[in-house]
Design a protein around this ligand. Structure first.
Ligand code: U2F
Length: 450
């Protein structure tokens, strides 16, 4: 019914893994509020749609549509988080083309604009066929986007398998970064593997987009933002999304009450995002480090802590620590008691730590996480990588002490506080993200391909 009366129909192609579809849906909800009378069809896998949309499955002008997940008949997940991603990539772009045809047939409504996760290099082809604008959303940081756009240039300069400490100083504002900080598959690892190949194609295709939006703000990494502006038709930072429209978040495990009982800037918050869990040996030494430093900790733990943490650890630290299966992270990081965030360095986590003004300790795993680590540590100066890049007992204790009880640690807190203010400024009326959003609204309401 809504489709029949709608003046426009926008198709949204989501990437159904990690924290990709949620920020995309967040900006789509903002758009749907800004352009009444427009229907948005949100195409993602059934599994991702059921966890991204509210429980009753409905949002007024935004409707979920399912695309094929590419999994073979009878597939069962064996624990490698990259496997379903690779099957899904194999099904691209055919699964989306098919779903778009079905969508138009079912709703009787042609598509007036295509919005996709920036990963979808084929967005320009589909938009051309439909003769509509293509808007891409990049869900990670500007610097991570730049290295994919510049992949061929990086390969020319440093070569494949360059020494790990080779500086990336041929890129403006990258002199503190090294070859080892780049995502896998740019100059090391398997460049032809499905994810690196997708990102390479993306880097080459994005200049065709009518606009690229990002979950960041103009003042964060401004030099890099300006480089992206000169590579693209339009590069619009419209974040942090979570500040523009605060997602609903409940605190079923009582994290905030628990934090209320602690001193300012004293608690260690630990979370490794939605995809990864550190290997057993590292979980063990991280636990030992927490126990030995005797600090209050709040740990959002994927898995079974009883089985995966050292025997007796939970009992011995029960007066000091709290372990929950999921925490209201965005709110929690804004609680004054949190003193440091131990993180894998996913982009949403980095942004949320900025919003909370909390310095970070990083244990990066894949994708943009090493790049984020090094950028926060060596360019922005409000966080620390671990010695050797992984958890050791001594390295972890040292990093925790540094942030929580040294003058340098205090300075890190001040530095991230400055970014926090800039982030909030960007989303105030007339702030840069709000102005960029108005530009985005103009683009999605223009029917012809710009
Ligand atoms: C992928 O990121 P992840 O999902 O692994 O990690 P984040 O970008 O840090 O996002 C995690 C989100 O989950 C939330 C948290 C973040 O918004 O607030 N969360 C929560 O609410 N409660 C919890 O207990 C734990 C987490 C990828 F792995 C990264 O490398 C990319 O940077 C990222 C964006 O593209 O996607």
């Amino acid at each position: 019914e809504n489709y029949k009366n709608a003046s426009k129909h926008i198709a949204v192609l989501a990437f159904p893994f990690g924290t990709h579809a949620a920020p995309l849906l967040s900006i789509i909800r903002q758009l749907s509020a800004a352009v009444p009378g427009t229907m948005f069809s949100f195409l993602s896998t059934e599994k991702a749609n059921s966890s991204t949309f509210p429980k009753d499955g409905k949002l007024d002008n935004v409707r979920p549509f399912n695309v094929w997940d590419g999994l073979p008949e009878g597939y069962s997940f064996k624990g490698n988080p990259h496997e379903p991603v690779e099957y899904f990539i194999k099904a691209l772009p055919g699964n989306f083309r098919k779903a778009i045809d079905a969508l138009v047939a079912e709703t009787g409504k042609r598509i007036d604009c295509l919005i996709t996760d920036a990963f979808y290099w084929f967005g320009g082809d589909i938009a051309d066929e439909l003769n509509v604008p293509w808007v891409a959303l990049w869900t990670a940081g500007p610097r991570a986007l730049l290295v994919h756009v510049q992949t061929d240039i990086i390969r020319q300069h440093v070569g494949i398998n360059a020494p790990e400490d080779k500086a990336l100083d041929f890129l403006q504002d990258f002199s503190a970064l090294r070859a080892a900080d780049l995502p896998d598959g740019i100059i090391s690892g398997s460049c032809d593997a499905p994810i690196p190949a997708l990102l390479h194609k993306m880097g080459l295709a994005l200049s065709r987009a009518t606009a690229i939006t990002a979950n960041s703000y103009e003042d964060l990494d401004n030099t890099v933002v300006n480089m992206l502006k000169s590579s693209f038709k339009k590069f619009l930072n419209v974040g942090p999304f979570n500040l523009v429209s605060v997602p609903p978040m409940d605190d079923t495990h009582g994290c905030l009450d628990w934090l209320n009982k602690h001193e300012p800037a004293s608690v260690v918050y630990i979370s490794f995002g939605s995809v990864i869990s550190p290997p057993p040996q590292e979980l063990a030494v991280l636990s030992e480090a927490l126990e030995e430093s005797d600090l209050p900790y709040l740990w959002s733990f994927r898995g079974n802590p009883e089985q995966q943490l050292p025997r007796g650890f939970l009992e011995r630290t029960s007066s000091k620590g709290k372990i929950v299966p999921w925490a209201p992270q965005l709110k929690l990081l804004q609680h004054p008691s949190v003193g440091v965030f131990v993180t894998h360095g996913g982009w949403n986590s980095v942004l949320e730590s900025i919003i909370g003004g909390v310095p970070m300790i990083f244990r990066p795993f894949f994708g943009d996480q090493r790049l984020n680590t090094r950028t926060v540590e060596a360019v922005w100066g409000f966080g620390l990588g671990l010695e050797g890049g992984t958890f050791t007992k001594d390295g972890t204790i040292k990093a925790l002490k540094f942030i929580l009880s040294t003058e340098e640690g205090k300075r890190m807190r001040e530095k991230i506080g400055v970014q926090k203010e800039l982030a909030f400024k960007a989303v105030q009326p007339n702030g840069s993200s709000i102005e960029n959003f108005k530009t985005l609204v103009k683009i999605v309401t223009t029917t012809s391909r710009a």
